[in-house]
Write a protein that binds this ligand. Structure first.
Ligand SMILES: Cc1ncc(COP(=O)(O)O)c(C=O)c1O
Length: 368
């Protein structure tokens, strides 16, 4: 059996450090907004090269807090992609704003700058750009379109811890970078957690207010806020895992290279890295017109897999009221029919990668 994700492997690897981090918090008596959270904010911001980090309760909340700090609210138009996890869009809606979708590039499956250029208008209040699968988007291209109009950019980096563009981590290249530490992520907690990064002191202060009822340290709401704090236990465990993140990324990239090597002679479309970027391989996503057959073979061989994502957000029932129809975003819609995420986590061996690749190659040969 090969798992798509193994939640225990990293815990087992760093059990002693994680157990003592938990004990440290429990013995301190400070479980919300204490020193662990403050240190993690500083350490994570330093890791990605941002001036400020603001811990929140989840990646979804990071997006909501970021958008609200930028003043995005009811009926504001926010441009984003439909080839993403639902929370990107759910977060936009949680502010009352209206998401409008632009299609993705057929090679990278990330926001297509030409489509963004065509869609942006005087109505647009924000762009939420997604570094999907750990592949970095070229933010300079996005900025060149948004900045002259004064439109801020929020980067959804939920899948992109460790992804780099032009030698720098993604996140700080947007007005606000939003991270999720959901357990499956490259840097995953043991529960929900999230964080926003920014270089702007004013935005950082506003995000700190919003995450805690709008307080400014005075129990008086200065703005309408939420309850979205990063708790000390998650922060303490994430501090341990952050120290090992570079090793995790090394393993993920090595395993991804192994897939690429083993599948290079096949008919699959293998994941592309944006030119100038360094992929963090949160997912290793191949594209194939024979997905159903492959899924059956993987199930038979007891190999886990994922589909990210089977239905693009603009065609989900929850968002039907936005008025999109099949055919509106052709590249996104085709991707939804073809993408298949292969198992990729630090608990996997190179032999297991070879086994997965050989099951896939065998399944394709049987069909052709
Ligand atoms: C692209 C993307 N955005 C946002 C999120 C939301 O993160 P969370 O699950 O921590 O709320 C996720 C996580 O699934 C994601 O993959």
């Amino acid at each position: 059996m090969i798992l798509a994700f193994d939640p225990c492997s990293e815990y087992r690897r760093h059990q002693h450090e994680i157990d003592s981090a938990i004990a440290r918090v429990l013995n301190s008596g400070q479980v919300i907004l204490g020193p662990e959270g403050a240190c993690f904010e500083e350490e994570f911001a330093a890791y990605v090269g941002a001036r400020y980090g603001v811990g929140v309760k989840s990646g979804t909340d990071a997006l909501i807090v970021a958008l609200r700090a930028l003043g995005i609210g009811a009926d504001d138009e926010v441009l984003t992609v439909a080839n993403t996890a639902v929370p990107t869009v759910a977060a936009i809606r949680a502010t009352g704003a209206i998401p409008r979708f632009v299609d993705v590039d057929p090679v990278t499956l990330l926001m297509d700058a030409d489509h963004l250029q065509a869609a942006i208008s005087s109505q647009t209040r924000c762009v939420v750009a997604v570094h999907l699968y750990g592949n970095p988007l070229d933010m300079q291209q996005i900025k060149a379109i948004a900045a002259p109009r004064g439109v801020p950019i929020v980067a959804d980096c939920a899948q992109a811890h460790g992804a780099q563009f032009g030698g720098r981590h993604v996140g700080p290249d947007a007005d606000i970078g939003c991270y999720s530490f959901y357990p499956t992520k490259n840097l995953g907690g043991f529960g929900d957690a999230g964080l926003c990064t920014t270089d702007d002191a004013r935005l950082a202060a506003q995000m700190r207010r919003i995450r805690m009822y709008g307080f400014d340290g005075d129990r008086v709401a200065q703005c309408e806020g939420l309850c979205s704090r990063l708790d000390e236990l998650q922060a303490a465990m994430l501090r341990v895992k952050l120290r090992h993140l570079d090793k995790v990324l090394l393993v993920r990239r090595r395993l991804a290279e192994r897939y690429t090597h083993s599948l290079s002679e096949s008919d699959f479309v293998l994941p592309a890295t944006t030119p100038g970027g360094r992929h963090a391989y949160h997912q290793y996503v191949v594209r194939t017109s024979q997905r159903t057959t492959l899924m059956e073979e993987l199930q038979r061989a007891q190999i886990g897999y994922g589909i990210h994502y089977p239905v693009p957000v603009h065609l989900m029932p929850a968002y039907a009221w936005l008025g999109y129809r099949p055919g509106d975003l052709p590249v996104t819609e085709r991707a939804a029919e073809e993408v298949l995420s292969l198992p990729l986590h630090v608990g996997l061996s190179e032999n297991e990668i070879r086994d997965v690749a050989s099951v896939l190659r065998g399944a394709v040969q049987a069909v052709t």
